[in-house]
Design a protein around this ligand. Sequence first.
Ligand code: HEC
Length: 166
Amino acid sequence: MRRLLLSAALFALAACGQSEAPPPSNGAATAPAPAAQPPAAAGPSAEAIAAAVAALPAPYNEANYEAGRRVFAQCRSCHTIEAGGPNRVGPNLHGVFGREIGTMANFNYSPAVQQADFVWDAERLDHWLDNPQTFLPGNRMAFAGVRNETQRRDLIAYLMVATAAE
Ligand code: HEC
């Protein structure tokens, strides 16, 4: 179900990206849109992000993506999220939703994580981020947790969109 909704969100992202193209010219000498996306690294437009967030399952469809991105500052020193990004102190998180815990290649997980057996979804991530140590005792993520529920909602919505983007 969540995978399905996420696919819908990504489809929305892709669709929005395409609609960025200017309409066929009617002959008027309109200047090219200066906001045209520079190649690579630019990321999706604000409209595409808004559409992707709106397509997430509740309560994440009401999240503040920008606020979530700011909460992710707490994770950034240890985690990258882009496709093919390096592992740091923690594993790369690209595609983490729908992925079995502890399976990012070339990362040396703790025995606690290696022995855990589930697939990451929003609910599990919510518990992990609330308090990593009580959720999975013995794991090596040296992080106290994000105790504020709204911050976790925003962060998870950000991750759902950003870890799935190319
Ligand atoms: C001090 C470094 C550090 C910080 C800060 C940190 N993490 Fe981690 N994270 C780790 C480590 C190390 C692991 C692997 C834990 C293990 O093997 O026991 C991990 C594991 C994870 C996993 C499981 C990944 C997998 O492949 O199964 C997720 C999800 C995660 N972190 C998300 C986050 C998020 C989101 C934040 C910010 C709110 C965060 N982490 C902050 C170090 C960190």
